[in-house]
Write a protein that binds this ligand. Structure first.
Ligand code: ZN
Length: 314
C-alpha cells in the first residue's frame, strides 16, 4: 500500500539491482523491494511486479540491461503495489503469473478489491488505480510447501492475514520474501497502524515466520530484516495497542463508523476516501477477532449495528 511513495527520477523509476545469494537478487526502490530469481537459462522469476506500468517498464529495462528475460511473476498478494506491473509485463513477455487460490480472483478481476471494501459495486472514488490495478491472467495456482517453477523448487509460506491469501516465497538460496506480512520499523514510527484483513490469520503468520528462524528475509516495504524477532514483537505491540483501544472504546457500544472515526483522529492524518476504506476494513478485522475470541459482541438496535465489550457474539 505504499505505491504513492514510489520515487520517480526524470520520469523513470530509480531501480537498483542487487545480488543477495546464489541465484537470488533484489530490485529495490525507496518504496518497494521485488525479488528476482535467475534460472540457468537466463530467464528469471520476479517476486511481485510493483505498482504500475511506468515502474514495470523500468524493471523490464533493468532486467534487459542484465541480459535477462522474464519467465514469470509470483505475486505475494493482489494489492495494487504488488501486482500493478503484471498487466504490462505479461503483455510484452507472455510470462506466467503465479498466485495463491484466494489472491487469484482479485488479480484477474480487480473490481473485487474495492467491491470488498465497499460491500457493493463501489462509488467512483474507489474505482481508482490504487485499488484496481490493470487485470492480468494467473497461469498457475501456488500452494504452501514446495512448488516447482521452471524446474526449480520454491518454498511457499502461508502468510494469510494481511490479505486473504498472502504468501511468502523462500528461494533455493534460503532467501525469503515476506510481502507485507510485517511492517518495517520506520513505517510503524510514522504510521503506527497495522493493516489486516483477517487478524487471527495475521497473528498465525507471525508465529509461522518466527520459527525456524529465517536465514535472510526481505519485506516489500522496509527491505532486509535485521532482527525478525524484534520486528514481530514490535508489530504485535501495535496490534495489542489497537485491540486495547477498541476494547476501551466499546465499553460504551459504538458503530464501526464511530470506531473508524476515532482511529483516524488518533492517527492525526487527513485521509482520502481510499485510505478511509483501508482503515475501515482493518478495524472490521480487529472487531471480528474480538468477537471470535469472545471479547466483544455485535448486535443491532434502532437500526444501528453496534459493537460492545465482552458479551458473546451471534
Ligand atoms: Zn499489501
Amino acid at each position: 500500500m505504499k505505491a504513492l511513495l514510489l520515487a520517480v527520477v526524470k520520469g523513470e523509476y530509480l531501480v537498483e539491482f542487487r545480488h543477495i545469494a546464489g541465484h537470488t537478487y533484489i530490485i529495490e526502490t525507496s518504496a518497494i523491494v521485488l525479488g528476482v530469481y535467475i534460472f540457468s537459462d537466463n530467464s528469471c522469476l520476479l517476486i511481485d511486479s510493483g505498482g504500475g506500468k511506468k515502474f514495470a517498464h523500468s524493471v523490464v529495462e533493468k532486467l534487459r540491461e542484465k541480459g535477462l528475460s522474464i519467465y514469470g511473476i509470483l505475486n505475494t498478494h493482489a494489492h495494487a503495489d504488488h501486482c500493478g506491473g503484471n498487466n504490462y509485463i505479461q503483455a510484452i513477455s507472455d510470462c506466467g503469473i503465479y498466485a495463491s487460490a484466494l489472491e487469484r480472483p482479485f488479480i484477474e478481476n480487480p473490481i473485487l478489491t474495492p467491491l470488498c471494501y465497499y460491500s457493493a459495486y463501489p462509488v467512483k472514488a474507489l474505482r481508482n488505480k490504487f485499488l484496481m490495478p490493470s487485470p492480468s491472467q494467473v497461469t498457475a495456482v501456488i500452494e504452501p510447501g514446495k512448488n516447482e517453477i521452471n524446474g526449480v523448487e520454491f518454498n511457499i509460506i502461508d502468510l494469510a492475514g494481511h490479505s486473504i491469501g498472502q504468501v511468502g516465497v523462500e528461494t533455493p538460496d534460503k532467501v525469503t520474501f515476506l510481502g507485507d506480512a510485517l511492517i518495517g520499523q520506520s513505517i510503524l514510527e510514522m504510521f503506527p497502524f497495522i493493516y489486516a484483513t483477517n487478524l487471527e490469520n495475521h497473528l498465525q503468520s507471525f508465529r509461522r515466520i518466527a520459527k525456524p528462524p529465517l536465514q535472510e528475509s526481505f519485506l516489500s516495504h522496509g527491505g532486509r530484516i535485521n532482527d525478525i524477532s524484534a520486528l514481530i514483537r514490535q508489530n504485535n505491540q501495535i496490534i495489542d495497542r489497537i485491540l486495547e483501544t477498541i476494547k476501551k472504546l466499546i465499553e460504551i457500544p459504538k458503530s464501526r463508523e464511530e470506531i473508524v472515526s476515532h482511529f483516524i483522529s488518533l492517527l492525526g492524518i487527513h485521509v482520502s476516501r481510499t485510505q478511509y476504506f483501508l482503515i475501515s476494513e482493518s478495524i472490521s478485522a480487529y472487531l471480528t477477532y474480538l468477537c471470535d475470541t469472545q471479547q466483544a459482541s455485535v448486535y443491532i438496535t434502532d437500526g444501528l449495528l453496534l459493537f460492545k465489550i465482552k458479551d458473546s457474539c451471534f
